[in-house]
Ligand binder design. Structure first.
Ligand SMILES: [Zn+2]
Length: 335
């Protein structure tokens, strides 16, 4: 079986003098990777959007876009008259990839989309994000018969929108690794302050410079027990390549090789826990080389090809994570 990918990159219209711009994807090359098939898609339906976002939010976002170009928050998040359609196409591309994975047409998938989604909350767009693609996909999977769905988010920023969308839904679990102290300032261990949330809402804020070795430990000590204990039937990955050390907006320390090992580890977890059902979604990443290398690494993991060799090791010394990881495991009851 093949890996499918969908491409909704809004190249012509949804743009602005801004880090979240079409040029993020200008170095991406998808040709020449066997086992990958591009899938056509439709814009997301209002019904699919409404599983996550309020009717008022959707209507006001559409109006803001029509009035655009303009800025809708301090992130800043921009909209243009084309942005509403671009956001519906991004969510639709993610949904089409999901359907192919769930109906067995594809083994797994990658939705390469922009605008990104994980900051978009049920009642507001924010943080360069208009609709929450990951949450929309998760709710769609649940609406079509899955009982439990988990999202692992390795974007350098906390996905406050995905957390908000899942807070009261015990069928959905969310794990986020993110750099502490940066935008949007959310995503604390202590957010899981009730028995219902422990093990289901897992925030792991990280010190600057956490890189390949740190993420090796995180995968083994936190991500693996999270996926295993929740017994998810589908793994959704919010893949943000701004966790690469060279990203201009942040300061975590992953290299392309580290992102490749992390991607492979996530695919392996899906194999072990949910029959290989895994869907990567593009979130952030603001340096075109990192985005191209990261997506390539993800696709190699998904198709079972060896990781490409990229020579961009992080020059920084990594902070030590032992006590942080021990506290995280104790808080969530991970064995
Ligand atoms: Zn980000």
């Amino acid at each position: 079986m093949t890996t499918i990918y969908t491409l909704a990159t809004a190249p012509d219209h949804h743009f602005h003098d801004h880090p979240e711009r079409p040029a993020r994807l200008e170095l991406l090359q998808l040709a020449g990777l066997p086992g990958c098939v591009e899938l056509p898609f439709q814009p997301a339906s209002l019904e699919a959007l409404r599983r996550v976002h309020s009717a008022a939010m959707i209507a006001s976002l559409e109006q803001a876009c029509l009035r655009g170009p303009g800025i809708i928050d301090h992130a800043p998040t921009y909209v243009t008259p084309a942005s509403y359609v671009a956001a519906c196409l991004a969510a639709g591309a993610a949904l089409s990839a999901l359907r192919a994975v769930l109906d067995g047409t594809a083994r797994n998938g990658f939705a390469i989309v922009r605008p990104p989604g994980h900051h978009a909350e049920p009642a507001r767009a924010m943080g360069f994000c208009l609709f929450n693609n990951a949450a929309i996909v998760a709710q769609d999977a649940l609406a079509h018969g899955l009982k439990r769905v988990a999202v692992v988010d390795f974007d350098v920023h906390h996905g406050n929108g995905t957390q908000a969308a899942f807070l009261r839904d015990s069928r959905a679990a969310y794990l986020s690794t993110h750099q502490e102290g940066i935008y949007p300032g959310t995503g604390w261990l202590e957010d899981a302050d009730s028995p219902d949330l422990r093990g289901r809402l897992v925030n792991l804020p990280l010190p600057p410079g956490t890189g390949d070795e740190g993420f090796r430990q995180i995968l083994a000590q936190v991500v693996s027990p999270f996926v295993r204990s929740f017994q998810t039937e589908l793994l959704i990955i919010s893949a943000g390549y701004d966790a690469h050390w060279r990203d201009p907006l942040a300061g975590l320390g992953l290299s392309s090789a580290g992102i490749g090992r992390l991607s492979q580890g996530l695919v392996d977890l899906a194999e072990e826990n949910c029959r290989g059902r895994i869907l990567f979604l593009l979130e952030g990443g603001y340096e075109a080389r990192n985005v191209a290398n990261g997506i390539r690494a993800g696709l190699c993991a998904l198709t079972g090809h060896p990781q490409p060799e990229v020579d961009d090791a992080c020059p920084w010394r990594e902070p030590e994570l032992d006590s942080r990881l021990a506290r995280e495991r104790e808080w969530h009851g991970f064995k």
